[in-house]
Ligand binder design. Sequence first.
Ligand code: AMP
Length: 289
Amino acid sequence: MTLKTVHSVAELRAIVANWRAEGLRIALVPTMGALHFGHISLTEYARQTADRVIVSIFVNPTQFGPDEDFGAYPRTLPDDQKILDGAGVELCFAPSVTEMYPDGFATKVSVDGSMTDVLCGAARPGHFDGVAQVVTKLLLQALPDCAVFGQKDYQQLMVIRRFAADLNIPVNIIGAPILREDDGLAMSSRNRYLTADERKAAPTLNRVLTEITNAAAQGADIDPLLDAGRKEIITAGFGPVDYLEVRDENTLELVAKQVIKPSRIFVAARLGKARLIDNRAIEPGKIAG
Ligand code: AMP
């Protein structure tokens, strides 16, 4: 089956309705395009449980702050379509901004509390409201059986699980592992912003996360590790470190002193024009790969 691309909700719904009539299972993979193997790994994950895979491509203006990279974000639909076709994806949904937010649009979706106050929620005010708004719409537009999101954006995945449960959206939310380059850098559309020198420095983030993960998993005090990690990141050429923190993997509460329950280390730091984020699981007693 070759890839079909549609731009309207009506066309999307018509195709989904036909698949439903055939009794097929449907998965949605929401993206902002500029696709890489990380995105494709999500479609492969989706394929394990679904007969038909839809990838949405939409650079959502409402999740970008006024000084962020909405205008500069790479838009590469023809290349993305080739990649999706090669990956065996059946449908690409690429709506325009006016299709998603027509005149008169007035509804917000907002997740309150500790889950959105911290990490990227603190560094990017309003970001998760925009994510919740657009993902709610995409889930309701396609009404798939499941939707797959990357743990690369771990906090985003938790926020999506929260509002999908709170709003009784009948879609199974699946989290998929982070895909990395050979040198450990988490794949990201924003890696395209990096110069050659910055690209060489970028794997520092994962190296620092892995070092701290392994030491913390063995019971080391985390504060000195985090201090040293921040210095290592700055020395490698990064600008400000928005955060380097260890948090409970379920509640996102800050972990103090030692890791005694499943946690995650999170980092966000600026490198040239890119703001890179990454995270790793810390399981007490276990060494990370
Ligand atoms: P984006 O296009 O950056 O908004 O990402 C779309 C989806 O792909 C989100 O669920 C991301 O978490 C996921 N994703 C992005 N990069 C990776 C990666 N390196 N590994 C796994 N999933 C990823």
